[in-house]
Design a binder for this molecule. Structure first.
Ligand code: PMP
Length: 349
């Protein structure tokens, strides 16, 4: 039988180990399910939906809600099945053969993978090997004749923010579409949104998967100028975003205030976790502005990862990523989960 196109055959699938664990702190999810009041509202909506009819292909109501909240127009907002699908559509519209896309590595790996799938030439600029910050690499992007530049702030997995000054400098010095991935912005409190009025080449990516407790739903959005959004609407699958997804995302977004308290709790736990990790011998945590902490260990990362798994705690081993040889990343969980993780880690390292 015929195989796939050669560049697809050459791709290693994105691999997450399929393992059983009691405590899962591996994917930067919220430790809290949706509040019951939100679930009840979803149930009411669930009973009203006409499932026999196709969804609104333009998710008009949801996009309108998001746009209004940011003081933008409907045609400045694109929604999709998670940030991942938005990223895929960005590559479909702006990447592809003969086009280049820049990442500042180590960073969220889906960019490189989607780039390769779409035959986009990926230009991987390395972060500072010591601090793991992107600052020193940003100027190198000016000389790349790129169509897309992706910069995560806070960065996954390192946890650091890029200053708005640095982002503005980048926007001034490139014609590329600069996508600031703000998947964790609800935790950092910093957003590049104020720069949008000034720079037409800025796009901001957000997700419902982290602060809004909706990783299981798959919902994300992009804020950008209307030409970018129009291009994305052209390439997306026509009925990509289901009625149920639109309804649930709408309900969650309209109750953003409910999630504020949870975000505060997670931030408090993160700071406590950081302090405890700093006191743990053989462990060096990196400061984080998000809901996870990356840390170096003196023992090989794979050994630490397995040791924790033997105690039924799953975190992320980052050691396959460039510059992160001895690094692991733990998601901030509930107080009990964090306590169990710390206890197990002290035994393992
Ligand atoms: N960007 C970053 C930096 C992420 O860490 C993630 C999820 N891990 C995403 C985007 C995509 O999230 P989702 O597809 O769940 O919206």
């Amino acid at each position: 039988m015929i195989g796939p196109r050669p560049h697809i055959a050459a791709i290693k699938p994105y691999h997450l180990p399929k393992v059983e664990a009691d405590i899962v702190l591996a994917a930067n999810e919220s430790p809290y399910n949706l509040p019951q009041s939100v679930i009840d509202e979803i149930k009411d909506e669930f009973n009203r939906i006409s499932y026999n009819r196709y969804p609104d292909p333009f998710s008009t109501e949801l996009r309108g809600l998001i746009a209004a909240d940011y003081g933008l127009d409907l045609d400045n907002v694109f929604v999709g099945n998670g940030g991942d699908e938005v990223i895929q559509n960005l590559f479909l519209a702006y990447g592809g053969p003969g086009r280049k896309a820049v990442t500042f590595d180590p960073m969220f790996e889906i960019y490189g993978i989607t780039g390769r799938i779409t035959e986009t030439e990926m230009v991987s600029l390395l972060r500072d090997p010591e601090t793991l910050r992107a600052d020193s690499a940003i100027a190198q992007a000016y000389d790349v004749d790129a169509a897309l530049i992706f910069l995560c702030s806070p960065n996954n997995p390192t946890g650091d923010l890029v200053s708005l000054e640095k982002i503005e400098e980048l926007l001034k010095n490139t014609d590329a579409l600069v996508v600031i991935d703000e998947a964790y912005a609800e935790f950092s409190g910093q957003t590049a949104l104020p720069l949008m009025a000034k720079y037409e080449n800025l796009a901001i990516l957000r997700t419902f998967s982290k602060a809004y407790s909706l990783a299981g739903l798959r919902a994300g959005y992009l804020l950008a100028n209307n030409e970018v959004i129009e291009s994305l609407l052209k390439v997306k699958l026509f009925f990509n975003f289901s009625k149920l997804s639109q309804a649930i995302a709408r309900i969650a977004f309209s109750h953003r205030d409910i999630f504020e308290k949870k975000i505060e709790t997670i931030l408090g736990e993160r700071d406590r976790l950081f302090a405890e990790l700093s006191k743990t011998e053989g462990v060096t945590p990196f400061p984080s502005e998000a809901n996870y902490i990356m840390f170096r260990t003196e023992k090989p990362a794979a050994e630490v990862w397995q040791g924790l798994l033997d105690k039924r705690i799953l975190i992320r081993n980052c050691s396959n990523q460039v510059l992160l040889e001895d690094c692991l990343r733990v998601t901030v969980g509930s107080a009990e989960e964090n306590e169990a993780f710390l206890k197990a880690l002290r035994e393992v390292v």
